[in-house]
Design a binder for this molecule. Sequence first.
Ligand code: IPD
Ligand code: CA
Ligand code: CA
Length: 323
Amino acid sequence: MACFAETELLALSPVQRDSSSRLEATSSDSAKHAKETVENFFMTQSNHNDFVPGMSEIAREAGSLLIGYFQQHVKVEYKGDADLVTIADRKSEILIRERIKARWPSHDVLGEEQGLVDTGSDYRWYVDPLDGTTNFAHGFPVFCVSLGLERKNRLVAGVVYDPTRDEMFAAEQGSGAYLNQQRIQVSKIANLSESLVATGFPSHKRHKNPNIHFYHQITLRTHGVRRAGSAALDLCCVASGRFDAFWEFNLNPWDTAAGVLMVEEAGGKVSDFKGGAFQLNSRETLASNGLLHPALLHEFSQIFEGRGLEPLPDIQEYRKKGI
Ligand code: IPD
Ligand code: CA
Ligand code: CA
């Protein structure tokens, strides 16, 4: 069986496609049917392994574009009170969309800066062209490009590229997770009291976000809680065992799509805060090495119910007596 890239297949005439791939001739079919046929061809003829090399190439190219802007200290604009955006976010998304379109013209794309292009494809890309914009804007070198790919509501592939460390995280559904082509796995830490975990805070409606309570309580029960400023990299750190768990409220699908697949393929678990199945639009993300999941779910339910909480230290007392 001849093997074609999807773009090559689309370029063939219906007759060529028929004889090359045994697909039915599509000349009399609707455009939608033709597109579905092509997508189904790729589902049945490939095990998704075709996606990661192309995705990595795109993420690497976008990453080097980001590094170019990072060195120039670009102007910052505001999408909201503390919600920053730069020319680097926008140019990176333009580049990524162009590259996706060139290779996979029929796929839908949801990107943070330009929104959704929906043509009814079974495939949807989730694009964060620069995850960690606040870090980027302040010259703090923790940011990445995150590309997740879903087919029929199932994550099938993802890459997260950190151009500051030249680290490419990649995962395919059912094929494991990799860092620079080396297989990665979640940690084996089984006690919360011995864990290093991470969280993040959103940049909009900050006053309504209850996470500071979680930050306080979980800090007191672990080796510490890191807030590095890139949710996609936080998830990759769980996948590679650098962190034992990560949680955040109100993330968007472009923040999580690639990283969630990375954690799952590295043997970890991702759920909502009650242990229910994680959904890309669920607004609650709890990722762990799996071993810590029950303990974290217990802590979360205690915090939500206001039980067993360590009180915040009194600032006046501290002023008077010190620690
Ligand atoms: C943000 C980062 C951050 C998280 C915020 C996200 P952005 O994404 O992932 O770590 O705490 O909730 O919005 O805006 O830099 O792409
Ligand atoms: Ca983001
Ligand atoms: Ca972003």
